[in-house]
Ligand binder design. Structure first.
Ligand code: NAD
Ligand code: UGA
Length: 474
């Protein structure tokens, strides 16, 4: 019949908005999906052959639907006005100034999106929180939307996203669960059902969980806190392993065999990075403090503290092993992205490690298969939390730092004449490098500091390297 196509508009064409909407378009040919953004270059890139983010399988999905039922546009107001369901997937960075600076979520972008929705809407809409937000945000959004609603009915839903970068498409195709929170009113329940029908195109019913708004909002922060806590737990153990002769991989394996604990997400590392873990935990800490729960806040703060400790412990290990000075020594940095299979560098531990080494006057030569030189130089000049604020001030790198940093397009160039190698991302290609050739071209003694436990320690020691791996006997 001639029933009009459901129209979805998503505000924010980033790592979440782009892939999630592309998959909805692919799985729901009867729905029109438009992704809008204020960033002209981002939208231009989404409409080109060179998508703005690197994600395995994404190109394929976009190619199949773009121009059919998937569109990318900067005409934000038009598409919001026409939509039945508006997803909001804008950034929710950590505040850099004012009340709650360094902890609280900055909802500036969210609020401006909500005000715009209220201004341009002429028909009833379901507004979906896709961004990760503090619990109770929906209450504020509701106030903004209904403040001048001209009789329009807005239903707010919380539908947090659980995808991980590098596996986004896989995660979206087969999510462990889809979570939808809404008001417990008939209107709220109807909105939940509408959104459920979208996901039901490909997600089994039993994997779609519905809750009240606050449970959905808080579950997202809780899930990220639990995940990060596992990494900080295994990283804390890695320090003890190094002090005692235990091997953290063996410990993690033995512990993870307990089905109640499970084997995943127990890889010791130089520290977790990525755009969300730290931001979301700080946000959680702030909410606990605001709700008069300092003990709970302190508990979660430790997850971040151990992560910071792990990164500085790594830098200290490098400097201490190299006779307490790295001044003017060339150090190769292999990997800059926060994990493999992504070009994303947000909160990557590589930034802290490089800054630490630069502070000790080392010369770093950086190679990452997916990260551009521009991006690396930008990352090394920004202050904490600034990266997620689209309009931050761009500072030039100090002239000495410019000289201390080189970015190359090959692991062999990065390691040539180097005193040491730091592996900071677990790219598969680092497992199969010709380490004999690398060793022959390095200064001696040649050090390898493996921050991701990817190399074969015994083999490298046979070649002649001095090898340090996280949580492994020296
Ligand atoms: P992102 O920075 O990649 O994308 C956000 C986009 O929103 C940007 O392109 C920005 O230009 C746009 N934007 C900001 N304000 C706007 C406005 N008023 N109108 C139109 N566009 C606007 O961020 P992201 O990684 O996609 O994250 C978005 C949200 O999703 C965050 O809250 C994050 O915590 C959450 N999240 C991220 C991930 C992840 O893996 N990156 C996973 C789950 C949840
Ligand atoms: C994470 C969560 O896994 C997603 O579920 C969530 O949706 C997302 O955050 C978000 O809210 O943004 P992501 O940051 O993309 O996804 O990547 P992860 O695979 O979780 O890795 C995060 C960091 O932890 C990386 O630096 C990774 O190298 C590190 N890590 C991960 C470890 O050090 N050890 C591990 O065992 C696992």
């Amino acid at each position: 019949n001639l029933r009009e196509m459901v129209k979805i508009c998503c505000i924010g064409a980033g790592y979440v908005g782009g892939p999630t909407m592309a998959v909805i378009a692919l799985k729901c040919p009867d729905i029109q999906v438009v992704v809008v953004d204020i960033s002209v270059p981002r939208i231009t890139a989404w409409n080109s052959d060179q998508l703005p983010i690197y994600e395995p399988g994404l190109d394929d999905v976009v190619k199949q639907c773009r121009g059919k039922n998937l569109f990318f546009s900067t005409d934000v107001e038009k598409h919001v006005c026409e939509a039945d369901i508006v997803f909001v997937s804008v950034n929710t960075p950590t505040k850099t100034r004012g009340l709650g600076a360094g902890k609280a979520a900055d909802l500036t972008y969210w609020e401006s999106a909500a005000r715009m929705i209220a201004d341009v809407s002429k028909s009833d809409k379901i507004v979906v929180e896709k961004s990760t937000v503090p619990v109770k945000t929906a209450e504020a959004i509701e106030k903004i939307l209904t403040h001048n609603s001209k009789g329009i009915n807005f239903q707010i839903l919380s539908n947090p996203e659980f995808l991980a970068e590098g596996t986004a498409i896989e995660d979206l195709f087969k999510p462990d669960r889809v979570l939808i929170g809404g008001r417990e009113t008939p209107g709220g329940q109807k909105a939940i059902q509408t959104l459920k029908n979208v996901y039901a195109h490909w997600v089994p019913e039993e994997n779609i969980i519905t809750t009240n708004l606050w449970s959905a909002e808080l579950s997202k922060l809780a899930a990220n806190a639990f995940l990060a806590q596992r990494i900080s737990s295994v990283n804390a153990m890695s320090a003890l392993c190094e002090a005692t002769g235990a091997n953290v991989s063996q410990v993690a394996y033995a512990v993870g065999k307990d089905t109640r604990i499970g084997p995943k997400f127990l890889n010791a590392s130089v520290g977790f990075g990525g755009s969300c873990f730290q931001k979301d935990i700080l946000n959680l800490v702030y909410i606990c403090e605001c709700n008069g729960l300092p003990e709970v806040a302190e508990y979660w703060k430790q997850v971040i503290k151990i992560n910071d400790y792990q990164k500085s412990r790594f830098v200290n290990r490098v400097v201490a092993s190299m006779f307490n000075t790295v001044s003017n020594k060339k150090i190769a940095i292999l990997g800059f992205a926060f994990k493999k299979d992504t070009g994303d560098t947000r909160e990557t531990p590589a930034i802290d490690v490089c800054k630490g080494l630069l502070g000790d006057k080392a010369c770093v030569s950086i190679y990452d298969p997916q990260v551009t030189e521009d991006q690396i130089r930008r990352d090394l000049t920004l202050n904490k939390f600034e990266w997620d604020h689209p309009f931050h001030v761009q500072r030039p790198m100090s002239p000495t730092t410019v000289k201390q940093v080189t970015v190359v397009w090959d692991a062999y160039a990065a390691t040539k004449d180097a005193h040491a190698i730091c592996i900071l991302t677990e790219w598969d290609e680092f497992k199969t490098l010709d380490y004999k050739r690398i060793y022959d071209n390095m200064q001696k003694p040649a050090f390898i500091f493996d921050g991701r436990n990817v190399v074969d320690i015994e083999k490298l020691r046979e070649i002649g390297f001095i090898v340090y791996s996280i949580g492994k006997p020296l």
